[in-house]
Design a protein around this ligand. Structure first.
Ligand SMILES: Cc1cc2nc3c(=O)[nH]c(=O)nc-3n(C[C@H](O)[C@H](O)[C@H](O)COP(=O)(O)OP(=O)(O)OC[C@H]3O[C@@H](n4cnc5c(N)ncnc54)[C@H](O)[C@@H]3O)c2cc1C
Ligand code: FES
Length: 279
């Protein structure tokens, strides 16, 4: 498998991923249409690196033949947390799962965030549920003595999910909401532009709607700050076989499930004009 970017420590468990029967410890609604699931998953918890994901079987029957991919929000001891947004059949079923349900997952999967050695100051940018793969990263960076600034964007104050995790590791949390119910009114890209002007960041880590990530990637390129993004694709197999999850990069097509989901933002072809011609 190929690396995602940089030369630092890679979030990658490689061939150590496996099928794991897990116990659901809690499954709470934490905001409108958003749940937080805590699973007893000792194998995955012991190996997962921030930014990696699990492929979860959320039910039995025809609708659930395909697993659903979810980032590990945080891992502590033998437990992992999943922050999820209810969108369709699978996530509706997830919201109904209780402690006696039979659940399994394949994990940990994919390449997580690259944490180069010698970084002093990192900027984490979240858009809505984009906070999901960044909780464990914030904790890891803080534990390594990296100064962390977080810029969070969400539709409303209630949807600033994962905020408690970020506020536990840094006082520098800047907020923007679409409706102005907290922080600056508007998209998170507004505060990020100012932070990039003011700060000297060694790395930007971003996850959220793709249009937001593309904008952040462009701002970082102009500011000459390296940036990593976590991309979502429809994933059938999750292990590199089906090619349902391809991402166009300057090095050709890559599979988000094994080459990502974290990519160097400068490597991604954000529109068709960036795709290199075939020879
Ligand atoms: C690596 C990875 C990590 C992810 N981590 C999280 C996470 O931590 N929390 C979270 O809430 N969601 C996460 N997602 C998205 C999540 O997998 C989908 O929202 C989920 O599979 C939808 O399942 P469903 O059956 O409810 O929806 P469906 O009924 O299948 O679809 C509902 C809607 O979701 C879209 N959708 C379905 N699957 C995906 C997908 N894989 N990626 C993007 N959109 C999709 C469909 O196009 C449709 O619009 C992640 C996706 C990937 C690829
Ligand atoms: S999901 Fe099958 S190759 Fe990525």
């Amino acid at each position: 498998m190929t690396g995602c970017c940089g030369t630092g420590e890679k979030g990658h468990a490689g061939d150590q991923s496996s099928l794991e029967r897990v116990d659901l410890l809690s499954n709470e609604r934490i905001a409108e249409g958003v749940g937080l699931m805590i699973l007893h998953a000792p194998h995955t918890a012991s190996l997962v690196e921030p930014g990696q994901f699990v492929h979860l079987r959320v039910g039995r029957g025809r609708d659930f033949i395909l697993r659903r991919p979810f980032s590990v929000h945080r891992a502590h001891g033998e437990q992992i947390e999943i922050l999820y947004q209810v969108l369709g059949t699978g996530t509706l079923a997830m919201a109904e799962l209780g402690c006696s349900d039979d659940i399994d997952l394949i994990g940990p999967l994919g390449h997580g965030w690259d944490v180069p050695e010698n970084i002093d100051h990192a900027l984490i940018v979240t858009g809505g549920l984009g906070a999901a793969p960044l909780g464990g990263l914030a904790e890891k960076l803080a534990a390594q003595g990296v100064a962390v600034t977080v810029a969070m964007g969400a539709p409303t104050q209630e949807r600033l999910v994962g905020r408690d995790v970020f506020e536990a590791v840094t006082r520098r949390v800047v907020i923007a909401t679409d409706d102005g119910s907290e922080g600056e009114k508007g998209f998170v890209t507004g505060p990020v532009a100012r932070l990039l002007d003011e700060g000297s960041y060694d790395m930007v880590y971003a996850c959220g709607p793709e249009v937001m990530q593309r904008e952040i990637a462009s701002m970082c390129a102009k500011a000459d700050v390296p940036c990593q993004v976590s991309l979502e694709r429809l994933m059938a197999c999750g292990i590199g076989v089906c090619l349902s999850c391809v991402v166009s990069t300057k090095d050709g097509l890559k599979r988000a499930c094994v080459d990502g989901p974290v990519f160097d933002a400068g490597e991604v072809c954000w529109d068709a004009s960036e795709i290199p011609p075939k020879h």
